[in-house]
Design a protein around this ligand. Structure first.
Ligand SMILES: Cc1cc2nc3c(=O)[nH]c(=O)nc-3n(C[C@H](O)[C@H](O)[C@H](O)COP(=O)(O)OP(=O)(O)OC[C@H]3O[C@@H](n4cnc5c(N)ncnc54)[C@H](O)[C@@H]3O)c2cc1C
Length: 303
């Protein structure tokens, strides 16, 4: 039967690709279904990855990963899974274009979708001069003037976190969300400049992706060396998993066994940002690898 696989990986980002490479090397029949709209599709440079001292883009990692997995016979489908059902023998996946796929095992690697407002020039700077994660890119703003564009409390918390790396911080409360007195006091104590206004444009040097400041709705221009975002409200893409009865945390991350990455539902695993961890590329790779090993064990035990 067409479209029938041993394993289907939903999500071909970092975790899904690493799992695909390993499962391909076990010679199982594998398909990766991916909608190409996750975090690895928008990050233009990762700076903290072993072997890439000058940074590497998500796009590069994704295309290299796909090429590597294809060498082992892994199939790739550009599509979005809209619904997953568990049948007696296999799982059935229904995609946006009307195609159906079946698999004996499922790996969820659907990640998280960032809440990033559509501000002019934002996308070209992501990961290069505008960042989202202090663990990833705090180092990039050491002793620089960083402009935090954010919303209320999450933005203020980002600004406060960055005081470990730099003393020159401006926080623009883009959404005009109220801040409690205690947080305002904390910002003051740390000498963080506070502005309440909408950011209309990220300013870059010429045609480059090099952040040089922002233009506000008030038309004021504010110069800075780097940007950081703090909007909160990222979407954890675990709705399909929920419909299969998979256990999630309150904030919708999938709960897995730490050793095997298996979920509470038989024959279903999860890896990467969709699970509970520190949202890092290298951790997503490790998760994907671990899940692949245990999916393989489960397939050979059945055979
Ligand atoms: C701007 C930015 C900068 C970052 N910088 C760093 C950094 O410097 N260092 C670092 O370690 N990490 C960084 N990260 C985090 C890193 O990108 C993530 O940890 C990593 O991408 C997680 O991999 P993943 O496979 O779990 O998810 P993703 O890479 O997001 O992949 C998930 C995939 O699943 C697909 N998908 C989702 N739902 C469906 C569906 N229903 N059907 C089909 N496909 C679906 C998506 O299209 C996506 O391709 C950064 C993130 C951002 C946004």
């Amino acid at each position: 039967m067409m479209n029938q696989y041993d394993v289907i990986i939903i999500g071909g980002g970092i975790a899904g690709l690493q799992a695909a490479i390993q499962l391909g090397r076990y010679k199982h029949s594998i398909a990766v279904i991916d909608s190409n709209d996750g975090r690895s599709s928008i990050c233009r440079s990762y700076h903290n990855i072993l072997g890439w001292p000058d940074g590497v883009s998500g796009e590069t990692l994704r295309s290299l990963g796909k090429m590597q997995a294809e060498r082992y016979g892994v199939s790739f489908v550009h599509n979005e899974v809209l619904k997953a059902e568990k049948g007696d023998e296999a799982f059935q996946l229904f995609c946006r274009d009307g195609e159906t796929y079946t698999a004996k095992r499922l790996l969820f690697a659907t990640g998280v979708k960032d809440n990033i407002p559509p501000i002019k020039n934002m996308n070209k700077c992501l990961g290069l001069s505008v960042y989202v994660c202090p663990d990833c890119d705090g180092y990039e703003v050491v002793d620089k003037h960083v402009i935090v564009i954010g919303s209320g409390k999450p933005g203020a918390n980002m600004a406060l976190t960055l005081t470990y790396f730099t003393k020159e911080i401006t926080f623009i409360n883009h959404d005009w969300q109220n801040l409690d007195n205690e947080t305002m006091d904390d910002l003051k104590k740390k000498e963080i400049t506070y502005i309440q206004d909408d950011v209309e444009e990220i300013l870059v040097a010429g045609e480059s992706s090099h952040f040089v400041g922002v233009r506000l709705k008030s038309k004021d221009i504010l110069n800075g060396d780097r940007g950081f975002l703090g909007f909160g409200g990222n979407m954890v893409r675990s709705e399909l998993a929920k419909d299969l009865g998979i256990e999630r945390t309150e904030n919708k991350h999938i709960i897995v066994d730490p050793r095997t990455k298996k979920t509470n539902v038989d024959h279903v695993w999860a890896a990467g940002d969709i699970t509970v961890h520190s949202e890092q590329t290298t951790i997503a790779m490790g998760d994907g690898m671990q899940a692949a090993i245990w999916i393989h064990k489960s397939l050979i035990n059945e055979k």
